[in-house]
Design a protein around this ligand. Structure first.
Ligand code: PLP
Length: 668
């Protein structure tokens, strides 16, 4: 069965066919980058295939390319309101920022050498894109200007502290602020900043990073006192690798790149004509109107999306006051759900958003933008950003609203639900370590080797399921105390059952459904086992090294410390068809969380998948180990499936595969 992938065309939605999984992609991460406008693709294509000349050549092919270049220049000037200022095409905003910083610092160095007054501060907004402070530090060092870098704090709404700017302005040599923030969407008070600068006798040079403003905020740069304004094409439906820099008439300028004198000597190097032609097409759409949505239409779209989010996640907190933010950016956090979990859930429903914080594979760093706004740590660490481009229609918003509702419904798939009637359930916290063992029928739960840093997470999970925390245990002598303190919880209960081990020796036991968690007096580990006539019958799992024959659960995962990690067999997407033809009996196992599976149930090559979340693999490890059929694990990106496959291999299981790159790569 074919599925359809929705992207936005000029005014319409068009579909792309995919044959791997039954879902479609809604791209809501426009602040990271946007798809390319069809008119821009056509223009780039023509600039590569038909009018491919070098605009510096004087023959006919060159002259045709020159027309494209000149037209794009003229449009850029009009759209930006550049007046008599300079506009040059660059490779993107990062290059524009370098050029602006180099220009400003060279001028300041000259001013100082000539004994003219000039401040000692390079002041930048605390929420600037990293390209700004990094470039300031880089060129300050390279040019030996030795000015002092200082961040200008923002208030709780994310707006620059104008009171502090007023204090610092007399000392400021170069000020860098952004028009709108890429993470929070907060729109700066540029008029307020300009007014403060105007109060000083020799105002600082001023760069405004306008990357997120193009197409979303009115621009008339000649009417401002902004000296430098960089832009990036790929944030507004042009391809990556092209951008613009505006430099106010009379503002100091030093070329970053010298050579053949292209762009009037302002930026040498043969022009990226495909990129410029494409950006020209976007500028044309901006200038002529009718393609991009109006501010009012975007506000309406935002209100619908915000309402859908509130309905799906009733406890949601928006991190930016809507009154001061672009209508195209929604930044939020949901108590009890990590940013990574939300991202995975949205991804499963086919909605592409980004974690507001910078994510590395293992851990998410808290958002420095939200930290600068003074938001609580959990919101900084777990923020998610949903961002739209101004190329929208109602069908797209309808689809997004429906998918968001589906995410809310999928969350009802509880992570601590029973996996087999009567048996205790086992949940693993993943890389952060530790286990919950729980009795879905009786409502008791025991934590083993859970670090204190997960206290809030444990509380949220227990509350969600209405479990009672009976004991906080550890397989090491000194473990568990910190979590016990945080949760005001007990250790091993004083009153408990006594059972016998197979060798007849006594053991204390906590009953969890028809199983018990048993502990030999004085031993560090625990056994999860069934009991027959007071004697431990079948030991399913051993926490710590309390048993030789059971599957051993260590803080980091099943058997993780015992077996050297092997690289399990990888399946690339192009191998799937042949693989399933060769192994028609293979078991396809989705190790994403149950809510992800529910949000978008995939089928690979028309085969249904079992949902066995990695966090619950211990519940299933024994039968998977003994199962004869080949096992194929998959997840969103290939990380969790790799762990599951390694885990089964660690248990001695052969014929285990995992889908390299995960479901993400199944979209063409
Ligand atoms: N400034 C802002 C506000 C941005 O959002 C970005 C890109 O994320 C940049 C600068 C850098 O743009 P580029 O990577 O296209 O050079």
């Amino acid at each position: 069965m074919q599925i359809r992938n929705i992207f936005l065309n000029n005014n319409t939605i068009f579909a792309r066919n995919f044959s791997f999984i039954m879902d479609s992609e809604l791209y809501l991460d426009a602040n990271a980058t946007s798809p390319v406008l069809t008119a821009a693709i056509v223009a780039a294509h023509a600039a590569m295939q038909i009018d491919f000349g070098n605009p510096s050549s004087s023959h006919a092919a060159g002259l045709r390319a020159r027309v494209i270049l000149d037209e794009a220049h003229a449009r850029a000037r009009r759209v930006l309101g550049a007046g008599t200022g300079r506009v040059m095409f660059t490779s993107g905003a990062t290059e524009g920022i370098q050029t602006a910083v180099l220009s400003a610092l060279c001028a300041l160095r000259e001013r100082r050498a000539a004994g003219q007054p000039c401040g000692d501060l390079l002041l930048y907004g605390a929420t600037e894109h990293k390209a700004v402070p990094e470039s300031l530090a880089h060129w300050n060092r390279i040019l030996g200007t030795n000015l002092t870098l200082q961040a200008l704090p923002v208030d709780a709404d994310g707006r620059h502290r104008l009171d502090l700017l007023r204090e610092l302005a007399p000392r400021t040599a170069f000020l860098c602020t952004m028009a709108a923030n890429n993470e929070s969407g907060v729109v700066s008070d540029l008029d307020g900043i300009a007014a403060v600068l105007a109060e000083t006798a020799s105002p600082a040079l001023w760069m405004v990073d306008c990357v997120q403003a193009l197409g979303k905020l009115p621009l008339d740069l000649q009417r401002t006192r902004i000296d430098y304004a960089p832009f990036s094409g790929h944030k507004l439906y042009a391809p990556k690798g092209v951008g613009m820099l505006y430099v106010r008439d009379g503002a100091p300028f030093t070329a970053l790149m010298c050579g053949g004198g292209q762009e009037g000597g302002q930026r040498s190097g043969t022009e990226n004509m495909a990129g410029i032609a494409a950006l020209g097409a976007v500028l044309r759409a901006l200038e002529e109107g009718g393609v991009f949505r109006s501010h009012a239409q975007l506000l309406y779209a935002r209100d619908r999306l915000a309402a859908a989010l509130r309905a799906a996640f009733p406890a949601i907190v928006f991190n930016t006051p809507f009154a001061h933010a672009l209508p195209t950016t929604l930044n939020f956090a949901v108590p009890g759900l990590s940013g990574k979990e939300l991202l995975d859930l949205f991804d499963a429903a086919g909605i592409r958003v980004s974690a507001g914080s910078a994510c590395s594979a293992a851990r998410a760093a808290p958002s420095y933008v939200l930290e600068a706004m003074g938001l609580p740590a959990w919101r900084c660490a777990n923020a998610v950003r949903l961002s739209l481009g101004p190329l929208l229609d109602d069908a797209f918003v309808d689809a997004a609203v429906e998918r968001i509702a589906r995410c809310g419904e999928a969350l009802r798939k509880l992570p601590l639900a029973a996996s087999r009637p009567g048996a205790a359930g086992v949940y693993h916290f993943g890389a952060d370590g530790g286990w919950l063992v729980f009795d879905p029928a009786g409502g008791d739960c025991v934590a083993i080797d859970v670090p204190a840093a997960l206290a809030e997470r444990v509380t949220a999970l227990l509350r969600q399921h209405a479990y009672r925390l009976r004991a906080v245990l550890a397989t090491t002598e000194d473990g568990g105390a910190a979590l016990r303190d945080r949760l005001q919880a007990a250790g091993w209960p004083a009153a408990c059952e006594t059972v016998r081990m197979a060798d007849g020796s006594p053991a204390d036991a906590i009953r969890l459904g028809r199983e018990v968690l048993a502990r030999r007096p004085g031993a560090a580990g625990f056994l999860l086992a069934t009991v027959e006539e007071g004697v431990l019958a079948k030991v399913r799992l051993a926490f710590g090294d309390a048993s030789d024959d059971a599957i051993v659960c260590r803080p980091a995962g099943i058997d993780a410390a015992l077996q050297p990690m092997r690289q399990p067999a990888e399946l690339a997407r192009h191998q799937l068809k042949h693989f399933f033809a060769a192994h028609p009996d293979a078991l396809l196992i989705d190790v994403r969380e149950a809510c992800e599976h529910a949000a978008g149930t995939p089928s690979l090559q028309g085969r249904a998948a079992y949902s066995l979340p990695l966090s619950r693999l211990a519940d299933h490890a024994a039968w998977l180990r003994d199962e004869a059929r080949p096992l194929v694990f998959f997840c969103r990106s290939g990380n969790r499936s790799l762990k599951a496959a390694q885990c089964l291999q660690g248990l001695g299981r052969e014929r285990v595969w995992h889908l390299a790159g995960g479901l993400a790569l199944l979209h063409d």
